[in-house]
Design a protein around this ligand. Structure first.
Ligand SMILES: C[S@@+](CC[C@H](N)C(=O)[O-])C[C@H]1O[C@@H](n2cnc3c(N)ncnc32)[C@H](O)[C@@H]1O
Length: 254
């Protein structure tokens, strides 16, 4: 399967250069998110890791302690511009492919089996989650961990209403992802983690105007301009404060 849609491909090609600078990627956010990932995947030295939809590799520090150049992480992503932003590090092997292609073994990874699979903020791009999860789970070693980190469909973001609604319609429910893992023979644990956010209102509106979330790329320039006006009316204050929540769905292969 080719990169899912041109819309998604264009979105990340446009965003790649500025991806790491978005509002959420403060140093505290990146380190807490990396810790939460590390606590769940509990990586051991020598384990084989794939970051599926790795993007720019912002959260790979979760694996820092256990990864060496002899045992690199497979950083899988269909977007060449995103992979081009990976740090120049011999411990990372870029693989240009979709999750679906890897799941279907259309693209071979350096290792035949995986101990750890991470998919952070990627699974909403996959249309057949059950098949993709089944294909990846089949490539896990016993004791392997498959961690999906994803936004739930209901967001508390101060976005314009149509964007919140469209996001909710397109975003998979964490329970459905957990169900796909169970159907693939994994033992599943789920949790919701909350990150408090305080951001300058003008910076946030500017990011929305640059379509930093992929759902924003589905709006025309005119619709987006109307949405930004709505946000300016509804949020006159200098700073915005809200909770960012992520579902962590961990599947362990018995
Ligand atoms: C929001 S970014 C997340 C990147 C990284 N995991 C992070 O958390 O910073 C989503 C990434 O998923 C990639 N992507 C889109 N469709 C995909 C697919 N079908 N399979 C794997 N990755 C995909 C995009 O190219 C992009 O790099």
């Amino acid at each position: 399967m080719a990169f899912e849609t041109f819309e998604t491909e264009d979105h990340y090609a446009r965003l790649a250069d500025s991806y790491d600078a978005n509002w959420a990627h403060t140093a505290e956010y990146v380190s807490r998110m990396s810790e939460l990932i590390a606590d769940r995947v509990r990586i051991q030295a020598g384990e084989r890791v794939a970051d599926v939809g790795a993007g720019t590799g912002l959260f790979l520090r979760a694996f820092d302690d256990a990864i060496t150049a002899e045992n690199p992480i497979a950083c899988i992503d269909p977007s060449r511009p995103m992979l081009d932003q990976l740090p120049d590090d011999a411990r990372l092997t870029p693989v240009q492919a979709t999750a679906e292609q890897v799941a279907a073994r259309e693209v071979r990874l350096p290792d035949d089996e995986l101990d750890v699979i991470l998919m952070k903020e990627v699974i909403h791009h996959v249309s057949d989650i059950d098949t993709m999860v089944k294909g990846l789970a089949a490539q896990m070693a016993h004791g392997g961990r498959f961690l999906v980190v994803t936004l739930p469909p209901q967001l508390d973001y101060p976005l314009f209403e149509a964007a919140l609604q469209r996001f909710g319609e397109r975003q998979p429910e964490p329970d459905g992802i957990a169900g796909a893992m169970r159907a693939a023979g994994l033992e599943v644990e789920q949790a919701l983690e909350e990150f408090p956010v305080r951001v300058s209102r003008d910076h946030y509106i500017e990011l929305v105007g640059r379509r930093w979330m992929s759902v924003l790329s589905t709006f025309t320039d005119e619709e987006l301009a109307d949405g930004l006006d709505e946000m300016r009316r509804r949020h006159p204050q200098e700073h915005l404060e809200f909770a960012d929540r992520f579902a962590f769905i961990l599947g362990v292969k018995p």
